[in-house]
Write a protein that binds this ligand. Structure first.
Ligand code: F6R
Length: 578
């Protein structure tokens, strides 16, 4: 188990643990690396066990919050990936029924629920417990008195490895490749009952037959879940990230509770602070919040905030940071806190410095982002900003309903972009020959141009500038010509006609032109040298699909140029110096 956990270390984690049926359940867990845990675990006798590396979502990284989690009497242990959305109400109900909890995690409700339904048959108890659970999960359950594991999945991956008089369960293939390359994959709703000699899978109470697959990867291939780079893997994770992040907000009875610390009423304005890609998310947020909540929004680079005026007392302050460790963002937050202001942070890392400093943290559920270039965290931050805007929304109910419907469809729209990879690859081949590029957009897609340029320059080393399309003629036109491609980001909103004019101006200067345009747009198809089609969507959500397309464009351009995509020169994932 410890070896398998070490195989998953590339994912990033903050604590780890194991439980073994060894004359009762023995649990060892801590906020340490797997190597340190291995040293702390005494020799154990037993044949059935579970292990986990945790990346905190609910409750900071700590010994008590690490998995496995147990029921009151310590004879049922559970490891879990995913997010239990209704854990709060389940926990209250279980406490009222006499269960006591020790951790702050969402996961801990699961062993207690199983305990509640356990009358000697573990799989029935798991089935009954999961009927009450909302959210995403891959869980494995171990009971002291049963020589088997029960595994279940919904929206989080599970693979079962088939051995010779031994079987394995894991969230990802690398964990089991040292032992077997014969696997079956669980689907949503499946519950598996695994012993050393047998595997049964049930769905809705009926047994289902599962197909066996042969894995052809080497251990090294599999470290990135089969993707060549973390950046590509993380780009592809975005439909799930959107689902996980939004699902949690939507499940809240009181959406605005997420932002309670912005409580100064009436809110006369908002200040958003961030760096880099998070700053670009903040710039998109300005358009979203101003349109839906009709509150003026000021966006500042955290690194420049020291030289700016403090906001007025009725301004809600929101910092945005993926890592929660960016020095400039922390300094700006401290300056505001020093002036007695309340600060909300939108953050991806539970227990980060920013979350400890903030009055309230709104977590995004992007999961660990390992590639230096931020991709999925940007999309997750946008989800938080849509939610912030909707929490203060002043639009009428029919627009609100249609926005929520569009939000729910976003994962499938992003899938459409991911399915369009071949066309984006062709554009990347074309772009990779040049040394300079401009990205242009208007309105809500102006920050998308900035983000597209940032992605391209950091991973492909092509000098790229993002520009408000209307500004090109105020100087940069001097640089246009056959050697300077322009990537134009269009949307079907009040910017469309002006963007068409800008595209024509660019073509008149003989610059190669790649355009992002809604599927079926023939006018742009005729003007541009190459087109990346994006799905039809309300323009307020166009930054999501457009940015995913530009992430892929940057990725494949960098690949074409042979760049070290996940670790670009001179860059670090967390910028902890000012
Ligand atoms: C770009 C990138 C950086 C970060 C910036 C802020 O791909 O990753 O620009 O966005 O360093 O980092 P966080 O969001 O962790 O504060």
């Amino acid at each position: 188990m410890l070896n398998s956990l070490a195989r998953l270390e590339y994912r990033g984690y903050d604590s780890c643990g194991i439980a073994m049926a060894s004359g009762g359940l023995k649990v060892y867990k801590d906020k340490v690396r797997v190597e340190a845990l291995a040293k702390a675990v005494p020799p154990l006798e037993g044949t059935t066990g579970i292990g986990h590396t945790r990346w905190a979502t609910h409750g900071e990284p700590s010994q008590v919050n690490a998995h496995p989690h147990c029921n009151c009497s310590g004879d049922i242990a559970v490891v879990h990936n995913g997010v239990i959305r209704n854990y709060h109400s389940l926990k209250e109900q279980l406490i009222a029924e006499g269960h006591s909890f020790v951790s702050e995690t969402d996961t801990e409700v699961i062993p207690h629920l199983i305990e509640k339904y356990y009358h000697g048959n573990l799989e029935e108890a798991v089935e009954a417990a999961l009927l009450e659970v909302e959210g995403s999960y891959a869980i494995v359950v171990l009971a002291a008195d049963e020589p088997k594991l029960v595994v279940a999945r919904k929206d989080s991956p599970v693979v079962i490895g088939l051995g010779d008089r031994e079987n394995f369960i894991a969230s990802d293939v690398p964990a089991i490749l040292d032992y077997t390359n014969r696997v079956i994959y669980l689907d949503d709703g499946d519950i598996g009952i695994v012993t050393k000699d047998s595997i049964r899978v049930r769905r809705d109470g009926t047994e289902v037959a599962k197909q066996e697959h042969q894995v052809s990867w080497s251990i090294e291939d599999a470290q990135k879940g089969g993707y060549e780079h973390f950046m590509l893997k993380e780009i592809h994770e975005q439909p799930k990230v959107i689902r996980d992040t939004l699902g949690e907000y939507i499940a809240l009875a009181e959406p605005i509770a997420n932002f309670a610390a912005l409580s100064s009423t009436p809110l006369e304005g908002m200040l958003l602070l961030a760096c880099g890609t998070s700053y670009h998310a903040a710039l998109v947020g300005k358009y979203i919040i101003e349109e839906l909540a009709r509150i003026p929004v000021r966006v500042e680079l955290a690194s420049e905030f020291n030289y700016c005026q403090q906001p007025s007392p009725r301004t809600g302050v929101v910092a945005i940071t993926q890592s929660g460790e960016t020095a400039d963002t922390l300094t700006a937050m401290k300056k505001l806190k020093g002036a007695g202001r309340k600060v909300v942070v939108i953050n991806n890392v539970v227990g980060s410095s920013a979350s400890r400093l903030a009055d309230q943290t709104v977590y995004v559920r992007a999961g660990p982002e390992i590639s230096v270039a931020a991709t999925k965290s940007f999309t997750a931050q946008l989800m938080a900003l849509y939610w912030l805007a909707l929490s203060y929304s002043r639009v009428d109910i029919s627009r609100l309903d249609s926005l929520i419907m569009d939000l729910r469809q976003l994962p499938s729209k992003v899938h459409q972009i991911l399915d369009n990879e071949d066309a984006i690859f062709e554009c990347a081949k074309y772009l990779s020959r040049y040394n300079n590029a401009f990205f242009i957009g208007r309105g809500i897609n102006f920050p998308v141009a900035l983000e597209g340029a940032l992605k391209l320059k950091e991973v492909s080393y092509i000098h790229a500038e993002g520009y408000a399309a209307g500004e090109l003629k105020h100087g940069p036109f001097a640089l246009l010509g056959v050697d300077t491609p322009v990537i134009a980001i269009t949307a079907q909103d009040n910017t469309y006609e002006a963007m068409l004019t800008n595209i024509k101006e660019v073509k008149a200067r003989k610059s190669p032109l790649i355009a992002l345009a809604e599927e079926g747009n023939e006018t742009i198809g005729e003007l541009a040298d190459l087109v990346i089609s994006v799905p039809k969507i309300d323009a307020i959500f166009s930054p999501v699909v457009n940015t995913v397309a530009l992430q892929l464009l940057a990725y494949y351009t960098a690949k074409q140029r042979g760049c070290p995509i996940d670790t670009p020169r001179n860059l670090a994932k967390s910028v902890t110096v000012e």
